[in-house]
Design a binder for this molecule. Sequence first.
Ligand SMILES: C[S@@+](CC[C@H](N)C(=O)[O-])C[C@H]1O[C@@H](n2cnc3c(N)ncnc32)[C@H](O)[C@@H]1O
Length: 298
Amino acid sequence: MATYDVTASPIKINDVTKIMGKISLFRKINILSFLRRLNSTVDSTETEKFSLSLKEWWDDRKGPAAALHSMNTVRVPLIKEALIGTRDEAGELGPHPLKGFSILDVGCGGGILCESLGELGSDVLGIDPNPVAINVATTHLMLTKNSSDIKDRVKYQSCSLEDLIKADSEPIDTDSSSEDFDCVVASEVLEHVADVDMFVHQLSQMAKPGGSVVFSTINRTIPSLFLAKMAAEYIFNILPRGTHDWNKFVTPEELDEIVKRHSMSTVSVIGLGYNPLTNVWNYQSDTNMNYFLHAIKQ
Ligand SMILES: C[S@@+](CC[C@H](N)C(=O)[O-])C[C@H]1O[C@@H](n2cnc3c(N)ncnc32)[C@H](O)[C@@H]1O
């Protein structure tokens, strides 16, 4: 039987170079992209699902993102509440209650949430690994907003969270730190990432101590299998078929455990109900389908 001599000299760089030299270019590319995926939260088969056109992202009535548009009616007040302690649904705090707050919207897609948060006065950075979505978000902002104020406050960047953290930690700009934002948002993204634990860790790194990290996502339950997955994709055609993999859904209990592991504590979990016939969302105590979780960075 062959044995491995642990005292033998370790493999040298030259040996690796020789081995790599014998592998075809095609296999090398596969190996390198596999190694990169191991260290990334991005699953490109998931992000490519969101290469939608400007019209598809921004058709708020019949487009594949219509439910995300109407979701702003519930998620925007919840983000306000996370930042200023009130949902301010009657708009008593004036048109810009989020003035002075910085928000990072991770997996911002075509900018549906970023624009609404920018309208409320905050500085928003929307990032997404899908350059098609970022192009749509930038184009929509430029084409539809007259005021240069919001165009200056809402910015987009096509990159992953790990790219942003790496760029942030490079010592070019001494004023920047990895703990930059008052609020970090991941809305309808968790169910698409390659590694939830790594992703949540990175979200936490981007929040200020005492800042908020907010999630909206889909629970992994039997009702969500039939309604959020099967009915939404195959009966009501609200979403393109194959948008979701039920196995990737995360329960609120699991998310609570994960946020605790990454220096955060959950302050609230709120169920979100959706009526596919009217495209209307509401708050509810039941978290069996969609839910919103607000955590604070310690
Ligand atoms: C359902 S869309 C949500 C868009 C936006 N957050 C909204 O709610 O309007 C999911 C988005 O997450 C992005 N995404 C998927 N995996 C990601 C990852 N690992 N990191 C950041 N964004 C990701 C996709 O490219 C896509 O634009």
